[in-house]
Design a protein. Structure first.
Length: 401
């Protein structure tokens, strides 16, 4: 499955950061991680920190799947509003899910400091505004639910949004204190480099072709014919899990993004704020660490990479038309346009845990707009799983829930 179009901004910005050898001998390990994106890098870091002999493989070069196409907005907000999630899974579980994403932002900041990251982690506020007058009623309800849950939020009316951010034709919104952005592509490579020094083995351009299950271990055959004997496998394969798991547990979506240089005089506070709205699909904005403006949206069902990429021109116009509604006098000159694939679950939550058909194995699949923060939660969960312990969110993130 092709998880991105040909010109993702992060890949062009960073170039080929690193390349690794493919597997050319039989190996054995405590933990085999399959998938070398941002999720794989985080889980590998946790396994190495916990003292496990760890190997990671990816059929591509590292981070060249959906990690190179991510918008890398670090939000505690889940795609399903908190008050709706409370109705679906209960107040306690919903709040715990939101707080896990909030804590994940703090963890990424600490990890960035630990590895002396150059991936541009930056703390930001988050503005979630009503693009239609009828949305204000439920958005105010959402603001109240977040405040009751202990999040630092404040309601802004339309005039306040205009004065603070320069956005016209809005009907108010929630401003949240917690949020951040990062270059996830570079950050993942930095984590890999950090953990290679501590014993992590990486083999890229090495695809899994077969798994034989045995008592206490799995024997994984790769496309070169060599085998890896692993006590545990952790699948960090994101949306490609649809090729492995046949049940209908996630809907794949295509999303589109454009990047341009920014006229900071015509935007207020944009470099310190993540922005998204109540449209369906929603518009989202953030600045990059090199001073550009990234705008995305136009989501629709994913059918195949060719059809997705054929819509690039149309979706670019669609996104910029939406931007014109809130910035009528601003002219945006796109430098990069690309598409990526992501997944939506029925409750906006990830799938992290065991699957009955895969012995000695765990899955860490962060879906939706919170893929990165969910993956950080997956670090803690995988660490507990390896010790035969459960996480408080296990029942809400499990398969078959």
């Amino acid at each position: 499955m092709d998880l991105k179009s040909n010109e993702p901004f992060w890949l062009l910005k960073n170039g080929l950061v690193a390349s690794y050898l493919s597997l050319k001998s039989d190996e054995k390990c405590d933990v085999l991680i399959i998938g070398g994106g941002i999720t794989g890098s985080l889980i590998a870091h946790q396994m190495v920190r916990d003292g496990y002999d760890t190997i990671l493989i990816d059929k591509r070069e590292l981070c060249n799947g959906s990690t190179s196409a991510t918008t890398s907005m670090l939000q505690y907000e889940i795609d399903i509003p908190l008050f709706e999630l409370q109705e679906k899974i209960g107040e306690k579980a919903a709040v715990l899910s939101y707080k896990a994403c909030s804590d994940a932002i703090d963890t990424i900041e600490m990890l960035s400091a630990l590895i002396k990251s150059d991936a541009g982690f930056k703390r930001k506020k988050s503005l979630y505004f009503a693009s239609r007058k009828k949305d204000t009623e439920w958005l105010k309800k959402e603001c109240k639910a977040r405040k009751n849950a202990g999040f630092e939020v404040k309601w802004l009316d339309g005039e306040q949004v205009l004065n603070q951010f320069g956005f016209e034709n809005t009907y108010g919104g929630i401003i949240s204190r917690q949020g951040a952005s990062i270059d996830a592509f570079r950050f993942a490579h930095e984590l890999f480099r950090h953990n290679i020094k501590k014993g992590l083995k990486i083999f890229d351009k090495t695809g899994m072709t077969k798994v034989d299950y045995h008592k206490g271990f799995n024997l994984v055959t790769v496309d070169s014919g060599f085998q890896i004997k692993a006590k545990k496998i952790i699948y960090c394969i994101g949306y490609e899990s649809k090729n492995l798991l046949k049940e209908n547990f996630v809907n794949l979506k295509s999303t589109y993004a454009v990047v341009s240089e920014i006229d900071t005089d015509k935007f207020k506070n944009i470099s310190n704020t993540l922005v998204w709205n109540t449209d369906n699909p929603y518009l989202y904005m953030r600045t990059t660490d090199d001073g550009r403006l990234l705008i995305g949206g136009g989501d629709e069902d994913f059918y195949n990479a060719e059809k997705r990429d054929a819509l690039l021109d149309k979706k670019e116009k669609e996104i910029l038309k939406t931007l014109k509604k809130i910035k009528p006098d601003y002219h945006f000159y796109p430098d990069f346009v690309w598409a990526g694939t992501f997944g939506e679950t029925k409750d906006g939550l990830p799938y992290i845990g065991e699957h009955k058909k895969f012995k000695n194995s765990y899955f860490v699949l962060g879906f939706g707009g919170n893929g990165i923060t969910f993956s950080v939660t997956g670090m803690e969960m995988a660490s507990l799983f390896m010790k035969n312990k459960k996480h408080v969110l296990s029942r809400y993130f499990k398969f078959g829930r």
